[in-house]
Write a protein of this length. Sequence first.
Length: 446
Amino acid sequence: MSPHATGSRRVHRSVATGLPLALAAALVAAGTADASSSGAAHVTRTAVLGDIPLGTFSNTLLPGTVDNDRGIDLGGIGSDIYPAGRKGEYWTVTDRGPNGQIKVDGKKRRTFPVPGFDPAIVKIRVSGDSIKVIDALPITTSSGKAVTGLSDQAGRDEAPYSYDAKTPLSYNPNGLDTEGIVRAADGTFWLVDEYGPSLVHVSARGQVLTRYVPKGLNLTGTDYPVVEALPSVLLHRKINRGFEGLALLPGGDLVMALQSPLSLPDGDAGDASLNTRLLRFSPRKKAVTAEYAYRFDPVNVVDPSEDDTSELKISSIVAVGGDRLLVEERTDKAARLELVKLDRRSNILGGAYDDDTTSPSLEQLDDPAAAGVPVLDKRLVVDLNTVAGVPLKIEGIARVDHDTLALINDNDFGMTDGTGAFDAQGRLVDSGIETTLVYVRLPKGL
């Protein structure tokens, strides 16, 4: 179904300069002409998603799910992007929906301003300088109900609250914080989720077929099958930092990336660590078949303006042929793309570092190689911080051809944290950040 065309748009403005987008684009084009002639990576095209009221979008897919969208437009579709087959068309996925944080009595509370919002798979087409929504699938349970984006488990996930952080909301074991997306040859989708963390198999119509979670998670009360098939060490994922990147290898295997290092043996160790993990999953065997250690560059290399190592994240991984992956290392202000090759000799699955009693943990190792841990070799492809016209918080990357990538940002539904996110009537004070897709040409290709 095609529930929406892009609606009327406000005058979009560059967040950095306050200039009308058309003028900012002209300035960027002038700069990228020089970049192109000098052989540097450069933006060749920019497209923006128009304003679609979130309530209209959601209720078209699942009537009655949203009674008040608080003035929020559809956003968050940049959680990932995957080619849909036709030129300029892509499958994208929203995350769990509008959410923020407000401090109450010195403690942060997670807010869900539109608790009825249901994560969705959204098909888009790039048309000129616009992103058009041409299809959408609600993600549903076995009985066809919304999974929602609400927190799953008390004591493990953040307690959910209303938009003003005053009213507690109910947990929902069906809830998914969806991130990465790929489409298999049979037309079904695979997604990853930050709560479990989970790998989620979804039908071509959006129904959850199976949710694969870590052994020992004990997620009960779901309205779809749950299988404990992932290593139990993943139970130590940092809150809101589960799986975010997902890639489909040519042979059909999937690769999942932990957004951040595990909290092993505790949160302080995870926050200080540069070591995270990639996992390989065989849909045929319905099992993890390999695990790899991946080491971030120092945070001030990824983002010269940042000194907090815990700000490092992997938000996207893309298969680029054979067992090669493009991996995005980022903070909220900068990003770099690295090329890695999955090496059988680097498989650490089932070894000492999958045992959460091992000391020091993988996350605590300052030099994993010196400790005998094989770390994936990587090569910098492009520092996106040096490419004019690339928006901040890129979470979705797709390979268009040998030397072109499509990048899309997560605009967080126009939300910000804090009590100023909504006005006195409970309506969104929009951040002005738009969902933006850019094409980036690489001088050396992939």
